[in-house]
Design a protein around this ligand. Structure first.
Ligand code: FAD
Ligand code: SF4
Ligand code: SF4
Length: 383
């Protein structure tokens, strides 16, 4: 978004009294207010208005889907909704934020496990409320699943900038490359509570013969340059992660990028913008089809597939006599999403947040969940 487009978006805002855009935002960030401040040229206060609700204000401006504030924007009744996420990102980029930092210690210390959006949201909120916070992240860097988003959509320096701002607080101590699995022992180490925000660490499997011959989406998206193909790439799956794999493959020069989806086009859990992007990039979507077996001969793979259908009870079943062999595939990627790798413990001082407890959601929902976990701790500890 350039300056002219930005100003045009600001001018469109109707300053709706009931602030439906804010009501629809999982962290209750108020576009109505930050747009009004930016219109008056007060970028610093506009950025602080965003940051007070969302410590990942710029990240979310870049990746929030249209299903929250944009979907609720009243301006759609006149022409088109305001491009709120892009406006938010623009303000964050432009503003010299000076968000006031709380450095008053409430005397209590909490641990946060995992530094994806939920852990970051929890840590920022806990610092704001005066807790000393120790965070433990098993990877060497912040971001969790955000690190799988292609860099064109989310440049990593934006994420680091947000973390730099949060981690300036002297009440925060961060441990990277530190995996914690025993939360009870932490509680015995002088932590008043533990927030577990470890996301969904287990990739879903197809459970078919030859599955090991495919590359998993987390591996593919972490390291796409390792899997460059110029021919045919088949992505198995129809969600947002599969879309990112397909668009990455196109960008890396694959001549034929195909998504294999068990259900119909209308059942795919992707946004209108994602669907449009797939079409624009000539990604083939083979619907109502599932893989049965993968085999390899030389450097090429073959995938046996069959057609699927919904039976009279709405259940997805295989269509008889539709098994075929799809050959000469350069790379098969499985992108079925993830699930949590452990079950939550019942303990009043252990609170779970983010995708671990809510399933695959979005960054802004994970931040909201991390913040709510801190509010819950305060309630339980009567702070
Ligand atoms: C390909 C892809 C594209 C996406 N695109 C978007 C998008 O466009 N917009 C959007 O809003 N959302 C998007 N998402 C979803 C978003 O990234 C997630 O909803 C969000 O990251 C979940 O946050 P979380 O903190 O709950 O978990 P995670 O981000 O998974 O973070 C969990 C963290 O915990 C750490 N951890 C795990 N176990 C331990 C342990 N035992 N000890 C210490 N640390 C541990 C992990 O290393 C990780 O850093 C996308 C996700 C994927 C995979
Ligand atoms: S709903 Fe749309 S038009 Fe109304 S205040 Fe929010 S951003 Fe502005
Ligand atoms: S954080 Fe995301 S959902 Fe909330 S107002 Fe900003 S762009 Fe919209």
């Amino acid at each position: 978004m350039n300056e002219i487009q930005f100003n045009a978006e600001l001018a469109k805002c109707l300053q709706c009294k009931t602030k439906p855009c804010m009501q629809a935002c999982p962290v209750k960030c108020s576009p109505c207010d930050f747009i009004a401040l930016a219109k008056n040229g007060n970028f610093t206060e506009a950025a602080n208005t965003i940051l007070r609700q969302n410590p990942l204000g710029e990240v979310c401006g870049l990746i929030c889907p249209d299903k929250f504030c944009v979907k609720a924007c009243i301006r759609a009744k006149i022409d088109a909704p305001i491009k709120i996420p892009a406006v938010q990102a623009f303000i964050m980029r432009r503003a010299p934020e000076t968000e006031e930092m709380n450095e008053l210690h409430n005397g209590k210390k909490i641990a946060v496990i995992g530094l994806g959006p939920a852990g970051i949201g929890a840590a920022a909120e806990a610092l704001k409320r005066g807790f000393a916070v120790e965070v433990f992240e098993k990877a060497e860097t912040i971001g969790g699943a955000l690190n799988l988003i292609p860099k064109e959509r989310l440049p990593r320096e934006v994420l680091f900038k947000e973390w730099q701002r949060i981690s300036k607080n002297y009440l925060l101590k961060a441990h990277f490359a530190t995996e914690i699995n025993d939360y009870i022992t932490l509680l015995k180490q002088n932590f008043a509570a533990v927030i577990v925000a470890v996301g969904e660490q287990k990739n879903r499997r197809l459970g078919i013969k030859g599955e090991h011959l495919a590359v998993d989406y987390t591996e593919y998206l972490k390291n796409p340059q390792k899997y460059v193909v110029s021919g045919h790439i088949m992505i198995i799956g129809g969600g947002a992660a599969a879309v990112d794999c397909a668009l990455t493959a196109v960008k890396q020069g694959a001549k034929h990028t195909e998504m294999l989806v068990r259900r119909g086009l209308s059942n795919m859990r992707i946004t209108a913008a994602e669907r449009e992007n797939l079409l624009k990039n000539n990604v083939d979507i083979t619907t109502m089809t599932r893989p049965l077996e993968i085999e390899k001969s030389g450097s090429l793979s073959a995938v046996y597939t069959c057609k699927t259908k919904f039976d009279e009870n709405g259940r997805l079943t295989d269509e008889e006599n539709t098994r075929i062999k799809r050959e000469s595939i350069d790379l098969v990627v499985t992108a079925l999403g993830s699930e949590r790798a452990e079950e939550p413990l019942e303990n009043a001082k252990i609170i779970y947040a983010g995708d671990f407890i809510n399933g695959g959601t979005t960054a802004v929902q994970a931040v909201a969940s991390g913040k709510n976990a801190v509010a819950e701790i305060c309630e339980r500890l009567k702070i």
